[in-house]
Design a protein around this ligand. Structure first.
Ligand code: DX5
Ligand code: ZN
Length: 217
């Protein structure tokens, strides 16, 4: 059975012990680190920015998947690339020029991801899908960890999978928000699972990770 990549969301980490948290997750065998950057304008919350990404970069060699929940992300792509991001994911809703942004990310030698808010249909990607490495389907309204998975996302993920086939594209399907051993069952097409609360705040992280990995078997 195919195993999805696990990308823990560091938003739910204990920031006073960030280096230890990263080490602990790495020892558990996670695949990427998902870093949620929020500007207080695109989303109603502020998280962390460039210095924290630089610090995280010092702690790990695993891929850093930087999820930019910021307005006009073109202003900061280069800065986050230099800070150590491997994958730069911006929101389709946050810029009028997604294509230009993808080109900018690639010219910096990084992988490009597009994130879609829950209400944005996957069909907006029909032309651009073959140009990106990752599509991040938000399964909660972005801004906070620990929210409930929105049920209609199941159908969106299925449609994205079909669109990928139809367009002969390779973008990884990443699902972000409210992921648990129960909700993963509804999105068997996902390639990457972003997990915050249900891994980092779990009483037993080893068991929590195992439960996520084996849910589809
Ligand atoms: C939400 C963020 C998510 C979030 C996931 O705005 O993009 O990455 O931290 O956390 P959980 O798994 O707790 O929903
Ligand atoms: Zn995220």
């Amino acid at each position: 059975m195919r195993k999805p990549l696990i990308a823990p969301s560091l938003l739910s980490a204990d920031f006073s012990r960030l280096a230890e948290e990263i080490q602990n997750l790495e020892q558990l065998g996670v695949d990427w680190f998902h870093c949620d950057v929020m500007d207080g304008a695109f989303v109603p919350n502020i998280s962390f920015g460039v210095p924290i990404i630089e610090a995280i970069r010092q702690c790990t060699t695993l891929p850093l998947d930087v999820h930019l929940m910021i307005q006009a992300p073109e202003r900061y792509i280069q800065t986050f690339a230099e800070a150590g991001a491997d994958i730069l994911t911006f929101h389709w809703e946050a810029t009028p020029h997604p294509d230009r942004l993808i080109q900018q990310i690639h010219s910096l030698g990084k992988q490009a991801g597009i994130a879609l808010n829950p209400a944005t249909p996957v069909e907006v990607l029909v032309d651009i899908l073959p140009e990106v490495e990752v599509v991040c389907v938000m399964s909660v309204n972005p801004g906070f960890g620990g929210q409930r998975f929105i049920p209609y996302i199941t159908h969106k993920v299925q449609r994205l999978w079909e669109l990928r086939q139809r367009r002969n594209a390779r973008a990884l399907i990443e699902v972000d928000g409210g992921i648990s051993p129960e909700t993963v069952l509804q999105i068997p097409q996902a390639d990457v699972l972003v997990v915050g609360h249900n891994l980092l705040r779990a009483p037993d992280r080893i068991k929590a990770l195992e439960a996520l990995r084996t849910a589809w078997m």
